[in-house]
Design a protein around this ligand. Structure first.
Ligand SMILES: [Zn+2]
Length: 153
């Protein structure tokens, strides 16, 4: 190998502020990153996959859900993560875009809120004690889903 670029990365290990399950759609990257910083998430473990929290709410197959779950578990194991942030967004290709909702933004938002609730329920059941936050992001900003207290079985 030959070195093609130089930088100084911090060598200290970090404690993760939140594992973030979000879509790789770049349109929302800057806005949501800014939001995370505002929330005090300085050291996220980003889990960026097409559809984001869809993988937990309505995965195409069980392997997809398992994979994301394992990524979260690894974040917990390696970086003492206590919080998971779930995100889905408007006009997401994994859901067929806004067209899949007849270009009805309100209908899309309602659907995605349900998706986030499904993903959060699943996560809370599967990883008891985990702190879950869920956000819908559209072209104007970030919307929080009020999840209420975790119901432990
Ligand atoms: Zn997307």
């Amino acid at each position: 190998m030959k070195k093609v670029f130089h930088f100084d990365a911090p060598r200290e290990r970090y404690t993760c502020d939140a594992a973030v399950v979000w879509c790789f759609d770049h349109r929302f990257n800057n806005g949501f990153t800014e939001f995370l910083q505002k929330k005090g998430v300085e050291f996220p473990d980003p889990i960026k996959i097409a559809g984001g929290a869809k993988s937990l709410a309505s995965p195409e197959n069980e392997a997809e859900r398992e994979f994301v779950l394992e990524q979260i578990r690894k974040s917990i194991r390696l970086h003492q993560t206590k919080r998971v942030i779930l995100k889905v967004h408007s006009d997401c290709g994994a859901y067929g875009g806004l067209e899949a909702f007849g270009n009805d933004c309100a209908l899309e938002a309602k659907h995605h809120e349900q998706e986030l609730r499904r993903a959060a329920d699943f996560l809370r059941k599967t990883i008891p004690g985990i702190d879950v936050h869920a956000y819908y992001v559209d072209f104007s900003g970030v919307w929080e889903v009020e999840l209420g207290p975790s119901v432990s079985s």
